[in-house]
Write a protein that binds this ligand. Sequence first.
Ligand code: ADP
Ligand code: MG
Length: 245
Amino acid sequence: MPEKLYEGKAKILYTTDEPEVLLSVFKDDATAFNAKKRGQIVGKGEVNCTITAALLQYLETHNIPTHYLSTVDPTSMRVRSVTIIPLEVVVRNVVAGSLARETGLPVGQPIPEPLVEFYYKNDDLGDPLLTGDRLRLLELATPEQVTALQQYALSINQHLMTFFDRCDIVLVDFKLEFGVDAHGHIRLADEISPDTCRLWDKAEPDPQKRILDKDRFRHDLGQVEGAYQTMRSRVLQAVTSLSEA
Ligand code: ADP
Ligand code: MG
């Protein structure tokens, strides 16, 4: 019988009748600042499930192995069960968020060579940024795995930038989680959504109005649900235009 395996901040994972398959159910619950801020974004579960499914399928067609198997209903998908590598792999194309805060670089400054950063996925420690030495010290992944994660992250970034370009969106930065499957292979897991990406409307010059991601919730900018729905329809439009091309 299916049972709840894990309830996280944004999703619930259930076991299924198939041992290597989990059901990932996307919730409307929203958290920010390591869950110090909590709330709900109506419709977010559906939007994030739809966008994640579209992007993971797109990446699969570009030879990126992911955990995605199929969509079950608007808020849930079947995924391959993996052992999550406890690293948050962040790719940055434009200065924003903690990079701006911690370096003094201006928000919005383009980054010529994308940055790949590793954070320790550990809520109790506040997901700290790791140095190369600390990454080796913690042994959360082998050096070969770290190299593979870096290469996957850059390749995924190229594909996602191309995709979001079709949506008239700047992919500012995003967070990825990877896992190891039953055959020992690394797969992209978790989600890619407005919760885990910074997405700016290319056509909107106003630095607050252009934000179409969870920063609207983090910083109480209003129009949170509207931003998620805008991203949903732009992603679906891009999928349609790609299938017609
Ligand atoms: P969190 O609060 O830890 O961010 P989420 O609600 O975002 O949790 O997601 C639930 C958990 O599921 C996360 O810890 C994530 O790492 C994990 N996860 C995502 N995809 C898979 C998978 N394919 N197999 C196993 N665990 C997964
Ligand atoms: Mg999460």
